[in-house]
Design a protein around this ligand. Structure first.
Ligand code: GLN
Length: 450
């Protein structure tokens, strides 16, 4: 059924970069056999999960929507995909994204523009736009995305689905092509909160293959959702005042988010105003740290070790040509920015300073969580915009304002649907944020709210 739907509708949506139908059908037959013999790998054996094209799966291409990695086939499974398979989930295709996860609309893909299933004139968000569109169009039961500065939560909001960014270190990054290593996390994109918890149960946990993976035990998330109380009695929900600044939200987004706040209140939540005073620096800090890390991480794509090679007259010329033709404009812009902020003479002024402000941003959250259990905020300033509407990169960066501080702090957060914008009919998301390792609390609150 899922394959049939993709064949019928993905020519318009363009969520998939590749879908190996034979491999999927083979896996499905194996799953059927396990079920028939009474030994399924889990209750979810046979369920298809779409995979963002920066998360490797054995025998599948992994282009990161970049020409430089177009020919690459992965010889191994990322830990997240291996854990999905161990539970019987079937990796279902390779999903479009902004090149190397850099962007907020999927327009930076080197190959295709994915449309928003709710209105194909509009972007699905990014960078996990293919994953969000895949779930919103019911091309698969769920998908994996990655979130470095909002790339799971923002497209989830734009497409009317659920997107969870786990605590940094919760889900192994082994086999996730690195963009900004201190910010990247893999997470689930799903139809509802329970599905997100089920997938997190499958993919979370310590992994010796990722040195930043947390040793803490993980699991019991689906259970927490199933036991989520009907009311918010005794729960304190913090509203960071910087996220509700005058003029910061479009009317439709503001209305839907306010309605969510009212709903939380009517369910018994105690609302408390909190402050995250360094929010105003988050975009600047993120675009220094993320580009610095990206410039280092992307140095490995040199036309020698991986992917596309364009032969030049000597080694250096081959590097130049391979990278020059292999990377798109946004990726080059970020490599240049990142190299600049790391260069001697500028390192202290930009990179080091950004790291210091990052600490202040993290402390803001620690302080705020002293007076509340979860935070509630908007996910995006506007609903999904039309293709080409945000052609200025800086405007695109600024639209990440509500999602990136979470990655800088390492805490966990989720975007859940919060109604539609009357003017455009597009979905609006609302974001809940919780301290590091508090996914059970976060998911439980998200379930109560939805
Ligand atoms: N939109 C942000 C960026 O372009 C976030 C991307 C992400 O989370 N991968 O960097």
């Amino acid at each position: 059924d899922y394959i049939a739907r993709v064949e019928k509708e993905d020519n318009v949506i363009k969520a998939f970069l590749k879908l190996d139908k034979e491999a999927v059908m083979l896996a499905a037959e194996e799953s059927d056999r396990r079920r028939a013999s009474g030994s399924p790998l889990s209750p979810y054996d046979g369920i298809p999960v779409g995979i963002k094209d920066c998360i490797v799966a054995e025998g599948e291409t992994c282009s990161c929507a970049s020409k430089i990695l177009e020919p690459v086939v992965s010889p191994y499974d990322s830990t997240a995909v291996a854990q999905l398979k161990a539970n019987g989930f079937i990796p279902f295709g390779r999903l479009n994204m902004d090149e190397f996860a850099m962007g907020s609309s999927c327009e930076n893909s080197a190959f295709q523009k994915t449309a928003n299933p709710r209105d194909p004139q509009r972007v699905p968000g990014g960078s996990s736009g293919g994953s969000a569109a895949c779930v919103a169009a019911s091309f698969a039961a769920a998908a994996l995305g990655s979130d470095t500065g909002g790339s799971i939560r923002q497209p989830a909001a734009f497409c009317g689905i659920v997107g969870l960014k786990p605590t940094y270190g919760r889900v192994s990054r082994s086999g996730l092509v690195a963009f900004a290593s201190s910010l990247d996390q893999i997470g689930p994109m799903t139809h509802d909160v329970e599905d997100a918890a089920i997938l997190l149960d499958a993919i979370a946990g310590h992994d010796p293959m990722d040195s930043t993976s947390l040793p803490d035990p993980a699991g019991g998330f689906a259970e927490a959702v199933r036991k989520a109380p009907e009311s918010f009695k005794g729960v304190k929900i913090g509203l960071p005042k910087e996220y509700f600044a005058e003029g910061g939200l479009s009317a439709g987004v503001e209305k839907a988010v306010r309605e969510s706040i009212e709903k939380a209140k009517s369910l018994g939540a105690e609302l408390v105003e909190v402050s995250l005073p360094h929010t105003k620096y988050a975009v600047a800090v993120y675009y220094i740290i993320a580009t610095a890390e990206a410039s280092a991480n992307l140095a490995r794509f040199d036309g020698m070790r991986y992917g596309k090679r364009v032969d030049g007259k000597d080694l250096v010329d081959t590097y130049f040509k391979s990278r020059g033709e292999g990377f798109g404009d946004e990726v080059k812009r970020r490599i240049l920015l990142g190299t600049y902020v790391l260069s001697s003479g500028y390192y202290d002024a930009y990179y080091l300073r950004a790291q210091k402000v990052r600490t202040l941003i993290r402390r803001d959250f620690e302080e705020a969580f002293k007076s509340c259990d979860v935070l509630l905020t908007p996910v995006t300033p506007t609903v999904a915009f039309k293709f080409g509407e945000k052609s200025d990169p800086l405007q695109m960066y600024l639209s990440d304002i509500f999602t990136i501080a979470l990655n800088l702090s390492g805490n966990c957060g989720i975007s859940v649907p919060a109604g539609t914008d009357a003017e455009t009919g597009m979905p609006v998301g609302v974001q809940l944020l919780a301290p590091a390792m508090a996914e059970a609390r976060l998911l439980s609150a998200a379930q109560t709210l939805t």
